[in-house]
Design a protein around this ligand. Sequence first.
Ligand code: C2E
Ligand code: CA
Ligand code: CA
Length: 714
Amino acid sequence: MVVAPVNRADAKHRLQLLDQFEEACLGWFWATNAEGRLIYISESAARKLGAEGGQLIGRALSSLFILDQDDSEEKAERPLAFLLSARNSIMDLPVRIAIDGSEVWWSISGKPQLDEDGNFQGYRGSAKDITAVRESQRDASRLAQYDSLTGLANRHRMTKRLTATLTAYKAAKRSCALMMLDLDRFKQVNDTLGHPAGDELLKQVAQRLQRIIGKTGEIGRLGGDEFQVILPDMDDRGDLGDLAERVIQMVSQPYSIDGSRAIIGTSVGIAIAPYDGLDTEELVGAADLALYAAKGGGRGQFRFYSGELKDGARLRRQIEEDLRDALEANQLQMHYQPVIKTGTNAVTALEALMRWEHPERGWISPADFIPVAEETNLITEIGQFALRQACMDAAQWPGDLRVAVNVSAVQFMSESLPHVVRQALADSGLDPRRLELEITESVFIGDEVSALDMFSQLKKLGVRLALDDFGTGYSSLGYLRNAPFDKIKIDQSFVRGLTEQDNNNSAIITAITSLAKALKMEVVAEGVEALDELEMLHELGVCHIQGFVFSKAVRQSELVERFAEQQFVWEPEGPAKHRAERKTVFRRIGVIHEDHRYDAVMRNLSRTGARIEGLLHVPLGTQLVLDMGEGQLVVATVRRSHEHAQGLEFETQLVSDGAGGLCTRHRISPYALAAAGMPLAALPVGDYPLVGGHVGAAPKTKPAFMQVDLSKMR
Ligand code: C2E
Ligand code: CA
Ligand code: CA
């Protein structure tokens, strides 16, 4: 250690200082001769390079470093060899050294030395290790772009990528799809298994997504349980629907996390540029709306964006606003639908179904407002009201008639549920054995263990449990074995078409009833409308029936009157046979033939064809183009024709729109519309008389067919 002040003239002490500086690896010195060969290098620097100082003397300075600076960020910098040969000053130039495979970076500086006559003598310079600084810079830029949990791109990077892609694609007239994903019931896993488990689950989801998407797109995690996929050059809605279905299927497979099993699902919304949006904001907004619709349509679904979704979103916001006041304004009521014993036709229970009479809109279906209530947490309050009111009302009914109350999955997850049930029972004085809670299979998604725990808490109160909508969604017979259900309700969809030929619903119902018998559970078939269905269910051994064939849900006052008159039997009424449900579509479309456009009504739409009405006497074999709106054009050939109705066969099959409907694979591109004189914009709602018709100019030919007046049609 040098203790005394060092005099500038004291060369010995100054050298000592420099030696210590070198030894501490704070920096090193080097010098080259006029040929660029090393004549000095600090000993500690040489050691870093894996050599003795002496071994390096005479070597070209630039040979110590990796010349090819492949790091793209460094491209702007001139290579060391160039700077040296040009005899330029070097200032903090980063250079890379490969030592035992690990990457080390130095920053070097140097000044050319000239003698008195101005002759170049070589360089004198210094160097220091900047590896740590560079790594932390790189990490910081990674952090700013990638999600540290899953390694996927983060929201910031996705937005940048999407914007860059859409800008470039607009110029090149290319298309790009955007998929938005939101996991169903992820929150439950997080809440019940803990955050580390939630993190692990997200990682596994990311891996599965990467396996499916691969190189076809870029995946990002936007935060929470929201993912996004950019799919360049994809606009075929058939392919996109298939991809979305694969994603949903893969994500819905069970996960194993620290020995626990968890099941989640996902909903997917899809929007495609330029059809649904041209810029990032518009396209993301469209994909978000599609995602929202997918979630609303029952989870585990995909949905394409369509212009109609905007209206749906507006309506939902309205419902949400009004629902807050509905309870206080006494607009919510409970009605009751009887559950009837087959054979005797005596009522055994009544299901409480909520009804909302909106002052302006009239009756709003619980299928529309319960999902909104679930999203906004109003369900807790509304569910509590349903339980209290139903228990109160049931206490007025004679005998041991039971009341069944629907409990939504969100409500089921709330810890306060047992307390709410106990309170409703206590306040009404209803015998717990007369209360039945209807729960859907979706309560098992998330964490099975805590669901079973809730079941046992509820059973301790003495109430009965029923499994609602059995057979839809995430059904697994495994649940039935473990959960203490007293009753299974077979979903309406199995009753529909039961009496038709070539239908395996009856085999499914037989399987469910025998399983239920083995597990000592009652079976109810829901949504029974016709007498032939009733008879068939009776034959299949279903002992309880609920449906319009006996009664719709009725008011408490009507029930009380009925029971006062000792009427406990309902006579079945209804159509003798259930008419095979044919999707009766009534949709106005445009029909283009040559350069004329006609109006028509479309009925009986299927993947391969449709029936249209509106044109008179169209010969067989005529080729038509249907304009189904929102840029969907379908080429079709007339296969049947009778007066004003034609049966058409499509040239290309339609594909699923994710909402139980059909859509075309492709649409007219806004680029093509722009070329025809329309402003470049996402496809507007409705049809475009422009297309296939006559832009300004009068048609050259006379119309081939007579137009029928559609206003008389229904
Ligand atoms: P859900 O629990 O499956 O209720 C049965 C639905 O089927 C009821 O519709 C009922 O009116 C209808 N239905 C009964 N018989 C027939 C039939 O023969 N044919 C047809 N086509 N339909 C029939 P609703 O009242 O519109 O309720 C829809 C859903 O809303 C219910 O489905 C239930 O999930 C939910 N919901 C209703 N009330 C409540 C409630 O108080 N709390 C909660 N959390 N959900 C409720
Ligand atoms: Ca129910
Ligand atoms: Ca049901």
